[in-house]
Design a binder for this molecule. Sequence first.
Ligand code: FES
Length: 279
Amino acid sequence: MKTPAQTKGIAAAFGVSVLSSIGLAVVYVQGGQTQLEGLLLGLALGGISVGLVMWAKHLMSEGEVVEAREVVPLQTDEREEVAEAYEHGAEEIGRRTFLSKWLAGALGALGLAALFPIRSLGVGPEDSLFHTAWRPGTRLVKADGRPVRPSELPPNGVLTVFPENHTHDADSQTMVIRLPTGDQIPGPDEFSAEGLVAFSKICTHAGCPVGLYQTQTRQLFCPCHQSAFDVLEHAKPVSGPATRPLPQLPLGVDNEGFVIATSDYPEPVGPGFWDRGRG
Ligand code: FES
């Protein structure tokens, strides 16, 4: 059975935890201070731990307890004993309720303080994972920023390009290929311009750069796990672990004769995070 002093001690431990959690939240909101936050978090967790240990220590009675099951005593003095025992029980239940509230308060305050650091995760990606920097009319430029003319690429020539003013945008890097005369990609031809076709350079398996083009087979290769993509079949994977074609960039030529994109990629580039689980 707990004495009032023990009850106060347990409540004090939970109280320390509540105050530390509130302090932790305040310090975080005011800009944070790593050492102080660590100390407060330690006190918040420690307060709960100490309180629970103290509580548990007195929760279990020591020794064996045997409850005599007799008829309700009829003697007056025995009745008083029973009444006294009942009151003790009620007092004990009252203490437990009191401590339960402190424990709930300590856990609640700590849970609340733990929510604040979510802000530190930074801004959400929103829909940036579904788009690249390519826009209708954006010129294709080389790594040095110079725009590309269709005549710069010989048959089977390959070039890595970026959207104008976005040469450091890794998601947007693109392989442009000039198909030799006579080569045709089946289906509607809104993706090519003057014999040029362009595909995302981000492998759809695990995101490595697809940087090798084999002119005899018209296949793009990823060096990481040897996926091969057939350019004449809209970069469909023909071997290796990749299961999705490389997205194709629709091309055009502007009135100054430079190659442009006519829109963004029609689907997200890179590994297919958005449709995993579809089988
Ligand atoms: S990342 Fe290209 S095959 Fe694995």
